[in-house]
Design a protein around this ligand. Structure first.
Ligand code: BGC
Ligand code: NOJ
Length: 816
């Protein structure tokens, strides 16, 4: 069952009913100011950091769900006269929170914008929401049309609820919060200035382009003592109270009384902006904030033409971003994912890491070290300069010994002390991210950038030294089998081999000794071989031959260690626990096989020549694969294993306990291409790919246009149900698996390598790829008896690599 459809031409997903299985959201904003917005206009806005600079309030885990947002209420009084119970007609163009049945409804989620259209009783309201490029504001451009033949008088009310900036404090510290809220109202602009008087240099403003007929800023007055967002007193009575908040719960509502002739349409723009002022320019008088920048902002959008122009610019912005890779194949679903939604999700995950979604409150985790490094793999081709900046930020949180803070806060860019370090895969991801950047751009100068350790400038070293310490961290942290020590956890945060968390409330990852001298990870071993080779290649490019040779020796030793101590007979072992007992072995009762080492070791080509790689993937197919994707382990844990940790805390079939953890499915896809299994790779790609499972939206439940972190595995009664949509490494990795491993467009140091491993049903495809300033028009076709090879502008090349060039365009033909 579907709840909408893709409109590829407009690059939109069109939702046709507000009653989707879960709120289906979109992200607005691409630099500093962001808004999460659901298909019923629920959501919230923040500046840079969803915890520390939250503009509007959101209650997660609310019942009903998704009540707070960017609300518009339409109220029609005439109806009252026809109505026996004398109630006015009140409705929201986006259905929630009043939930009056609409005569028609749609929500179009597009690239950085969402358009809601609701119709009731002859009034049609469309609400286009977007954050203009490089603006710290959310706009709603609203059109109201009387589609009837009679004149109508309606009222429109806006409503948002302010968050008192620190979202965590806002949701917990009521004894203070209820006394600090402050606003100022000037004409149609409502200023939220809580804490501005003292330590903050920022305020927000919620404005309206028309002269208002009333306003409210005190939520308890707007809603009424026992009212709620679904039946606010002010809307029911058709009259705001012009309340000025003093403590309690500041909000903002504008009241507009609108008369419309038959068929008349009118427009209004609402805006929610974030303003910063210099310390000595904060006030113009006692109790009067300096509104100059806000007024300038409002003036930038004070006509329909200006708002429409900003919207057009946003669309152009996205045309440009997506133009770096566009393909054309015979499968529209594939084209849709590659050209639109997968790249879009890569941009969003790059911006958010794992901080703010409808499953991550934005108050907890900040940016993940390994997450952000992996996000680069899917983002670097879109805006390489921002990738560069991100790499330097992440590297600055690394410790002198090469280990790293597991998370950091986007606003302060400081490592998160509460979680600390000790996740022993983290350092190697820095090599992965940096290597991807260099391959995309050819910019080796990034390696010379001076980057602090632990954010301490006095400890700054060139980025290359950071990578060296990443590599050496593994070399110097080996266990009894000469395999890497796992520390608190590796990629699988829930495999906590040194933690022994016994009591409720203890962190699974940081309890107990957390790091031990014995527990080892075969997954990190695979990573070390894969990304160690990348580091070795960089050393060679820099003519550091001795160092490169030394790397090669360590990598070879690691391969040997994996084949000796990390092989279980039919698949790679997962780990050795703190007692040096094998994890992920046929001798175990539960979880005999895990997906991660099969994916990573085969991607690293361990056992490719000697047959282990082939066997490992066969075992994945046999034991882990289901119709909805590949599960993480088999059999699932049914008992809690103190020595394994959080992984065994989840019910069988969900999350890291035998869920289809989408992030590592593309590892198997890529691994299959390493062995040349094109059809298997395609099959795996397709299984979890949103566009191909849109038809089972009632089972899948999360948005059909983006990947989710997890789909329940076959051990779960809710097999096929997804959770944690949007912010997941799945996005970058599936993009890599399709664009590089399957379609074969692989950025390399000296040019773009072409090595497709396309499924047998596919005759070929064409692609436009903007690579280091050159627009490559690529055609890939099967040779069908003709000469195979690569031609660039008609010239046959010696190898299948398009050399980087200064030309603005090149025609490329690859026959396979
Ligand atoms: C989740 C993991 C996550 C970890 C750290 C666990 O509860 O299952 O997916 O990485 O928490 O936040
Ligand atoms: C989600 C985390 O963000 C990611 O870093 C981790 O690798 C996976 N969970 C697996 O545990």
């Amino acid at each position: 069952m579907k709840y909408g459809h893709f409109d590829d031409k407009a690059r939109e997903y069109v939702i046709e009913t507000p009653k989707t299985p879960l709120p289906w959201i979109n992200y607005l904003g691409s630099d500093d100011f962001f808004t999460l917005i659901s298909n019923t206009a629920g959501g919230y806005a923040f500046y840079k950091d969803a915890r520390l600079r939250r503009l509007t309030r959101y209650r997660y885990n609310n019942n009903p769900l998704d009540q707070e947002g960017f609300r518009l209420y339409v109220r029609e009084e005439e109806k009252a006269k026809e109505n026996k119970n004398n109630k006015p007609l009140i409705w929201n163009p986006s259905w929630q929170p009043v939930k009056t049945e609409l005569d028609s409804y749609s929500c179009r989620h597009g690239m950085g914008y969402s358009i809601f259209e609701g119709q009731k009783n002859g009034i049609k309201v469309s609400q286009t929401m977007f954050v203009p490029v490089s603006e710290n504001a959310l706009l709603y451009h609203v059109k109201i049309k009387n589609t009837t033949k009679e004149k109508k008088s309606i009222q429109l009310f806006s409503f948002i609820e302010f968050c008192l900036w620190d979202a965590n404090d806002d949701a917990t510290n009521f004894q203070r919060n209820y006394s600090i809220g402050e606003v100022e109202v000037h004409g149609s602009a409502i200023y939220h200035k809580t804490e501005y008087r003292e330590r903050r240099d920022h305020y927000s403003v919620f404005w309206c382009s028309r002269k208002v007929d009333g306003f409210d800023t005190d939520m308890d007055i707007f809603n009424g003592p026992y009212g709620s967002a679904s039946c606010p007193d002010a809307v029911i009575e058709g009259k705001c109270r012009n309340s000025v908040a003093h403590g309690w719960r500041p909000c903002a509502s504008h009241q507009l009384n609108i008369d419309l002739k038959a068929n008349e349409e009118t427009t209004v723009t609402f805006g929610l902006g974030y303003i910063r002022n210099k310390a000595d320019e904060k006030f113009v008088a006692l109790d009067q904030i300096n509104r100059q920048k806000a007024e300038e902002m409002m003036a930038r959008y004070d006509s329909d033409a200006k708002v429409e122009k900003a919207f057009k610019e946003l669309r152009k912005h996205w045309d440009e971003l997506l133009s770096h890779l566009q393909i054309k194949s015979s499968d529209e679903k594939l084209d849709r994912m590659v050209n639109i939604w997968n790249q879009y999700q890569c941009m969003v995950t790059f911006n958010m890491s794992r901080s703010a979604s409808y499953f991550e409150s934005g108050m907890g985790r900040g940016m993940g070290f390994r997450d952000s490094c992996q996000d680069l793999l899917g983002f670097v081709h879109i805006i390489p300069s921002r990738a560069r900046e991100r790499i330097l930020d992440i590297a600055a949180t690394q410790f002198v010994d090469g280990s790293a803070y597991h998370q950091y806060q986007p606003l302060t860019k400081r490592g998160n002390l509460a979680v600390g370090s000790g996740f022993n895969d983290d350092p190697l991801w820095l090599i992965a991210g940096t290597d991807a950047y260099i391959r995309e751009t050819g910019d080796f100068t990034i390696l010379d950038e001076m980057v602090p350790f632990d954010n301490d400038e006095s400890l700054a070293q060139p980025l290359m030294e950071h990578l060296r310490r990443s590599f050496n961290y593994t070399v110097t942290h080996l266990g009894p089998h000469k395999l890497p020590l796992i520390g608190r956890a590796d990629w699988n945060d829930c495999l906590n081999l040194n933690c022994f968390s016994e009591h409720p409330g203890e962190s699974f990852q940081t309890t107990g000794p957390s790091e031990g001298p014995v527990a080892e990870s075969i997954f990190i071993a695979g990573m070390f071989v894969k990304y160690g080779k990348a580091y070795e290649a960089i050393c060679r490019k820099l003519n550091l031959t001795d160092e490169a040779d030394n790397c090669a020796t360590h990598i070879k030793a690691m391969e040997e260690a994996v084949l000796k101590a990390g092989w279980d007979g039919e698949w790679f072992l997962r780990a050795y626990d703190a007692f040096s007992k094998p994890v992920g072995s046929h001798n175990n009762e539960e979880a005999q096989i895990f997906i991660e080492p099969q994916g990573m070791c085969v991607m690293a080509e361990i056992g490719k020549e000697t047959g282990e790689a082939e066997k490992a993937l066969n075992s994945v197919h046999k034991l882990l694969e289901t119709k909805y994707g590949v599960t993480l382990n088999y059999p699932p844990f049914r008992r809690y294993h103190l020595e394994l940790g959080e992984i065994s805390s989840y019910p069988p079939g969900v999350k890291e306990n035998a869920g289809i953890f989408c992030h590592n499915n593309p590892w198997i896809t890529v691994a299959e291409t390493v062995l040349g299994h094109a059809d298997r790779a395609w099959e795996l790609y397709r299984k979890i790919c949103p566009a191909y499972i849109e038809e089972i939206s009632e089972i899948h439940r999360t948005e059909p246009y983006v990947y989710s972190q997890m789909i329940a595995g076959n051990a779960s009664p809710r097999f096929g149900e997804a959770k944690n949509s949007w912010l997941t490494g799945t996005s970058a990795w599936t993009f890599l698996s399709i664009s590089q491993a399957i379609l074969g467009l692989v950025p390399d140091y000296d040019g773009l390598k072409l090595c497709p491993c396309i499924p047998s049903w596919m005759d070929g495809y064409s692609a436009k790829r903007l690579f280091r300033g050159t627009e490559l028009n690529i055609k890939v076709e099967r040779a069908n008896g003709n000469e195979k090879g690569l031609w660039v502008n008609g010239e046959k090349q010696k190898a299948n690599i398009i050399p980087a060039s200064k030309e603005s365009k090149a025609e490329v033909l690859l026959r396979i």
